[in-house]
Design a protein around this ligand. Structure first.
Ligand SMILES: [Zn+2]
Ligand SMILES: [Zn+2]
Length: 284
């Protein structure tokens, strides 16, 4: 009796396809043609109703595009491509990405490493400020795609289980701002990658002053003890990798304080990704 060979895993098994019905093929082709036409008409109507313009300088753009920036504004974006500090992701003038910057040598961090997509300045800074303070949440798609670039620079292992978590806002600030920009970015990344996001993993338990004019030491003091792990997750972080998401990395004080809480709860690794990072070292 002839022995039946089983197909190896990964090989494609072909099934005999039924003879095509010409009438069905014609209807399907017409339907596909109609669908394509509708899509083009929809874009044209949108272009007429809402003329596409650069998100920053309002220069007219040719058509609705995924990245709403004109050539001039695009030129003022500085993507971080390396070399950068292996801990905080600070762009370095020379060398390779295996080095540690002076700031990270002087001040040990609780997070394992942080990466950002662009340098905080010019077009990138304006976009983030609009996204954060001007209700311009339509920029989410563009910023989430940039965050993906930063995530691809993390030393994540293939198949590593990761939990996304946004940096929380204090509820009083959330009432004023109406949304948490970090939570929106986390949602964007979760939708693009299918990675689970725990929006309330951390809680900001006290109001902190705006960090804007503070130096590193003042920033670290300002956020000290400001975060707590939500009680129901207290026994569920052991051995897990947490990916903190935020808009800007300045001195890393807020991210560091959050990472401290997560590590105390047993997190194996804490990484951070931000859309942008300031390009000056923090040594004081
Ligand atoms: Zn522009
Ligand atoms: Zn560094």
């Amino acid at each position: 009796m002839a022995e039946h060979k089983l197909p190896k895993l990964g090989t494609r098994v072909r099934f005999p396809s039924p003879a095509p019905n010409r009438a069905i093929c014609m209807v399907m082709s017409l339907f596909a043609f109609f669908k394509l036409g509708c899509k083009k008409i929809k874009i044209k109507i949108l272009d007429v109703l809402f003329p596409p313009a650069c998100a920053l300088c309002k220069t007219a753009l040719q058509s609705q595009q995924s990245v709403e920036l004109c050539g001039n504004c695009w030129k003022n974006l500085r993507f971080i491509t390396g070399p950068y500090c292996k801990i905080c992701g600070l762009p370095l003038e020379y060398g390779d990405s295996g080095q540690t910057c002076l700031g990270c040598i002087k001040n040990k961090s609780c997070f394992d490493c942080a990466r950002a997509a662009i340098v905080y300045g010019g077009t990138g800074k304006s976009l983030i400020l609009r996204f954060k303070h001007n209700d311009e949440t339509r920029l989410l798609k563009t910023l989430s795609n940039w965050l993906l670039r930063a995530i691809s620079e993390l030393p994540l292992k293939n198949g590593e289980a990761v939990v996304l978590a946004p940096i929380p806002l204090h509820w009083t600030r959330l009432v004023v701002r109406k949304y948490n920009q970090s939570a929106l970015l986390s949602k964007g990344i979760s939708m693009l990658t299918g990675t689970p996001c725990v929006f309330n993993l951390l809680k900001r338990i006290r109001m902190t002053k705006s960090q804007g004019r503070f130096g590193l030491n003042q920033r670290r003091l300002n956020v000290k003890g400001a975060f707590r792990l939500k009680t129901k997750y207290q026994n569920s972080l052991y051995g897990k990798t947490v990916l903190l998401i935020d808009d800007v990395f300045t001195t890393g004080s807020t991210i560091n304080e959050c990472a401290k809480v997560l590590k105390l709860a047993g997190a194996h690794k804490v990484y951070a990704v931000t859309v942008a990072k300031t390009d000056h070292p923090q040594t004081a």
